[in-house]
Design a protein around this ligand. Structure first.
Ligand code: GCW
Length: 838
């Protein structure tokens, strides 16, 4: 409690900040979790004595952001306008400022003296009878994070009186990467074009960049690498640097530092040199000049990200140099400016001989970097993907985390759902990330979980932390699916504090995003928490990999696509068994890259966790799991279960009709309906493929025999002709029918089962190269019509475009005709796979 001399500056005039509260607009998702919607009366009751004044000690861009955000948030949630003052006057006040400054102004407040960089303290004090809420940061950015933390408390209905809460981030690096191309496209982005670039330049209007900065700052993210790691050399050229400066400026008020991805061959490609050999002095000079020039215009640039010797990117191997040579030459140019170089650990050969059973892409990272530990400069950070392959639905922690002890490292997590449904499916990722972060690599005397290794705590490395590949786009809701924003939020929250539970994060996010009605929280958080298990069930379970089209768009099923090619994501399924043998005893030896204690866990079939069984071992289909089920029966059962879970998401979401706003309710419903349909596509494709390959029948007799399903090929067809679908498992019966008559085609059959109200399912393909029209009629009456204009990622009929339309509760009589009429458009021949009456 403070008494005595309180204010350095006294008696200054009060200034009212106006125009900051937003009018109630339609909910677009643009504000993400920062809506600051008015609290319910019940929730608001506990803030009746909330201060009416805000005092900012000191002045800077970031401090002003913090102050304005508090004004905005309080006005939105509590409906009261904070008065900005230089001193508190007679009433209660919120006081914000850097710790040193607040300490001088408010005596007696228990502000910690050892806050870490970006840390803050939310506290309270009583001074001259006035109650103060204090937001003290280690420095200005900490104040901003503290302001957001205070606002979060209010949006969660948590008390703000008597505060004494200290928070320090787990690690200094909490960055996002955006794989944006300068032409405005985004590699693995699923929500429209780039907010940063267009037409080979930085966009003229950077409003969305500053809005993004706000979202990032609210969860403690302090850096953003804006361009694709498959980098365009133009980004560091003299003519482009002023444009970078504009991006940095848009982020600066939010404490987000700009970074860019670079191309290793730049000295040759844009520097006019004959070489890009990292040991060549001319090359070193090129990097120095280039870096100095950028810092002259962007003095707070965070640094560079480099993808080299991977997936066709040039790297040090061109000159037989090491990754350390490559990293250090650039890091040395950055060091005098305080910049860092992220060197990506994602280095592997995508032309491996698949016939050699000892070859294994999972080994690549450790094989490439093990011997280089200790040879990287102090401002180099190895950026390591969570798993040894590539963001699959389930992977073990990368053994590289436990291998390097003298090299700074960060974990790279993928927020954009490249292999996980591309935001057309909801897959809430914190539970998956936490499995890796909490995994004990057993490389020290005490526990060494990945979260401690990457935050630099273990082995005492100064730089470390978390990088999330986010790939937000111009779509108003940033990631395409409103619910997917829980992943951006969750990434930031975990990067700040990996000890937070997935449940806590889901609850926070749901409440902030959709409001404080308890039904919202229960339903939304419930769906989120079950979504990763559901997706794993209907895509690839037991650690087999996602089973998507590995050499293509990574969306729909494509079981065999990962086999017999150099990309190395093999699962080795054949007539007898399935799984990659990565044991030391008989396999690729990958397991031997872990510490002995972890290796022995994975090496033995008896102790290997079953969710990773097929990642580590090759077993016969008849291998019995601990449940007593065979592997093959488990595969069938999980796929049915997963599809049921996805279907239940729809009915659960429907309980929120009228509880959440109409716009977001309908948009989420649409995605969940699509997901439920696509989960059936997944289920059937994977199960049919395994039943045919293994020749072991589903003991419950479901696979390949869906009640009520009639193949399009067996309907009575007018104009439609049968066509093979590739891969075969992505069409029921391996075939569809297509219509090449511009006047349209029809498929009919007579309903033979019992009369009653039934759901009619039409399974068709919605290719990206046309918008065919469909009409469904029963006994001549139209019961539905639609246009196939969903934005799905392929021009052919396959697992990426297979789509389901369900018409619910249609009254059907025995003997009535069900008729589907279709008109092709563009290059899309109105494809139809089957009709099902349920
Ligand atoms: O996941 C794979 C993606 C590539 C990506 C690469 C990488 C940016 O399919 O699109 O390239 O990883 O992380 O470098």
């Amino acid at each position: 409690m403070s008494r005595g001399r309180v204010w350095v500056v006294a008696g200054a005039a009060l200034a009212v900040v106006s125009g900051l509260s937003a009018p109630a607009l339609a909910e677009t998702g643009a504000d993400g979790w920062l809506r600051y919607a008015p609290l319910s009366n019940a929730a608001r009751a506990q803030y009746t004595s909330f201060p009416a004044t805000i005092v900012m000690l000191g002045d800077s861009l970031v401090l002003r952001t913090a102050r304005d955000e508090l004004v905005r948030g309080v006005s939105g949630m509590l409906g009261s306008r904070l008065t900005v003052a230089a001193s508190p006057g007679a009433g209660d006040a919120i006081v914000i400022g850097a710790a040193g400054q607040v300490r001088r102004a408010v005596t007696g407040a228990a502000i910690p003296t050892d806050l870490r960089v970006d840390g803050f303290w939310l506290g309270s004090a009583v001074a001259g009878g006035r109650r103060l809420i204090i937001v003290a940061g280690q420095a200005d950015r900490g104040v901003l994070y503290g302001a957001f933390a205070l606002l979060r408390r209010i949006s969660l209905g948590e008390p703000v009186s008597g505060l004494d809460e200290r928070q320090d981030p787990a690690a200094p690096i909490r960055w996002v990467n955006e794989w944006n191309n300068l032409d405005g496209s985004i590699e693995r982005g699923y929500a429209g074009s780039s907010i940063f670039f267009e037409g080979n330049n930085v966009r003229a209007d950077l409003k969305r960049v500053s809005e993004y900065g706000r979202l990032l700052a609210s969860i403690g993210i302090n850096g953003c690498d804006v361009n694709n790691v498959n980098a365009n050399t133009r980004v560091i050229t003299a003519e482009f640097v002023p444009q970078l400066a504009r991006l940095a400026e848009a982020f600066r008020p939010w404490g987000v530092r700009l970074a860019v991805s670079i191309d290793f061959s730049s000295p040759q490609k844009v520097g006019g040199l004959a070489t890009f050999d990292p040991l060549d002095p001319e090359v070193a000079r090129f990097w120095k000049t280039t870096v100095d020039r950028i810092y002259a215009q962007v003095p707070d640039l965070g640094g560079f990200v480099l993808k080299a010797d991977s997936e066709g990117r040039l790297g040090p191997s061109a000159y037989k140099r090491t990754h350390a040579d490559a990293a250090n030459v650039i890091a040395r140019a950055l060091a005098p400016h305080g910049g860092v170089l992220f060197y990506r650990g994602f280095v592997y050969d995508n032309r491996m001989d698949w016939r050699n059973l000892k070859n294994d892409r999972a080994r690549a990272a450790v094989d490439n970097f093990r011997t280089l530990d200790g040879s990287f400069d102090a401002n180099v950070i190895l950026q390591i993907k969570n798993g040894p392959i590539d963001f699959q639905v389930r992977e073990p922690a990368s053994p590289l985390f436990g291998t390097l002890q003298k090299t700074n490292q960060v974990i790279e997590l993928q927020i954009t759902q490249e292999y996980l449904g591309q935001q057309r499916h909801i897959v809430y990722l914190p539970p998956m990330w936490k499995e890796v972060l909490d995994f004990d690599m057993k490389v020290g005397r005490a526990a060494t979980p990945v979260k401690d290794l990457v935050s630099g705590r273990t082995f005492d490395r100064p730089l470390g932390g978390f990088v999330g590949v986010s790939n937000v786009g111009l779509d108003r809701n940033w990631l395409g699916h409103h619910l997917a924003m829980s992943n951006l939020y969750g990434f930031g929250r975990l990067a700040w504090n990996p000890g937070l539970s997935s449940e806590r994060i889901a609850d926070e996010w749901a409440r902030m995003t959709f409001g404080d009605d308890p039904r919202v929280q229960k339903t939304v958080a419930g769906i989120l928490l079950e979504s990763w298990p559901a997706y794993e069930n209907y895509s690839g379970s037991l650690g087999i990999g996602t089973l998507t089209d590995i050499i293509g768009v990574h969306f729909g099923p494509g079981v065999e696509s990962s086999e017999r090619n150099g990309w190395g994501q093999w699962h080795r399924a054949d007539g007898m068994g399935v799984g990659m043998d990565r044991t030391v005893a008989t396999g690729t030896g990958f397991i031997g890259q872990y510490s002995p204690a972890v290796a022995s866990l994975y090496e033995s079939l008896a102790t290997c966790p079953e969710e990773l069984l097929l990642f580590m071992h090759h077993v016969p289909y008849t291998h019995r799991l601990r449940s007593g089920k065979t592997v093959i029966q488990h595969i069938y059962d999980q796929h049915y279960l997963g599809a049921e879970q996805a279907a239940a998401f729809v009915s659960r979401w429907k309980t929120l009709d009228g509880v959440v706003d109409r716009e977001r309710y309908l948009e989420v419903l649409d995605r969940l309906e699509f997901q439920a349909g696509h989960a059936i596509v997944w289920r059937d494709a994977v199960n049919n493929w395994f039943q045919r390959t293994s020749a072991v029948q589903d003991e419950k007799g479901r696979v390949g025999r869906e009640p009520g399903r009639v193949e399009a090929e067996s309907l009575s067809l007018t104009g439609f002709t049968a066509a093979d679908v590739t891969p075969w498992e992505t069409a029921s019966g391996g075939k569809a029918v297509v219509c090449n008559a511009t006047s349209g085609c029809a498929a009919t059959y007579e309903y033979r089962d019992a009369p009653g109200a039934h759901d009619i399912v039409v399974q068709y393909y919605d290719q990206s190269d046309g918008t065919s029209r469909y009409r469904l009629l029963v006994a001549g009456r139209e019961v539905d019509r639609w246009i196939a204009d969903r934005n799905l990622p392929h021009v052919e009929s396959n697992g990426h475009t297979a789509t389901r339309r369900t018409v619910r509760g249609v009254a059907l009589k025995t003997g009535e005709t069900i008729r589907l009429e279709a008109t092709p458009d563009g290059r899309e021949p109105a494809p139809l796979d089957y009709i099902e009456v349920k």
